[in-house]
Design a protein around this ligand. Sequence first.
Ligand SMILES: [Zn+2]
Length: 306
Amino acid sequence: MDKFEIEKLRDLPIEGVAERLGLRVARHKSLCPFHADTHPSLSYRVSKNTFRCFVCGASGGTIDLVMRHLHVDFKEACRWLADEHNIIIDEWKPQTSDISHPAAFDASRYERFFERPWLNDEARQFLFDERRLDERVVRWCHLTSWKDRQGVPWLQIPYYNQEGQLVGVQNRNLIKGALPRFRFPQGSQCGIYNLPVLNRLKPGDALWITEGSSDCWAMLSAGHKAIAIPSATLLTRKDVELLNGLSTSPKGEDGRGLSFHMFPDRDAPGERLFLQLQKVLPSLVHHQLPPDCKDFSEYYLKLKAE
Ligand SMILES: [Zn+2]
């Protein structure tokens, strides 16, 4: 892990981190998890991105909060933060000696896996039993699976650019709660997910924006056209330009252009992502998830059960 990456973890919004840890934040305060607190005495300073408890004195930044709350060391806390926010930290990538010239992604090493996808039992259970995804979506996304030398099953998720070239691979750990949850081969560019769908858009179509690949599969399985954004802080300039281009794409003969829609996750980071995306896609429409669904995947399951 280099300084730059640690900096990125320190810069994650402290209140968002607290919420991901399960703390309830209201008016920049929450109950302090480090002493028996009955009135919220832990307060957040957004300007400094720090927390402090005025009763027990606990204080620090994002990494300290995770270390203390999950009882883990510095390294483990960094891993958790990176994992929760889809940040690729160096430790998970094979070492490159020259940091200014990171090794390029070697698509030829991975392409063949996605040409003949194979789903092991763990992957089938995850995709079809738990997530209840449409088989056509799993095929369209070229999802495949493998087991590493330790026998850990992984779901392998290819990222393509709009031209259909493989530009990155995301591996998702299929053992529940296991860390790291994600691994990325060297040089993977896992920016916007499911870009090939853009070639199928017609004027007047609705494009749904989701947070992360698994919500995207649920959205596609629900019959919508969808792409996924990893997290707003990770949007590259190229991604922003691409989204900008979409919002100004030519209208059809009936004068209708594309419309953009989102069900933000029911938490502060979800709403923040929506607001950030709205700056890039001003016409982005906000849809509200029902109170018992924290993300679209849960809502999709609920709809399937009805
Ligand atoms: Zn306290």
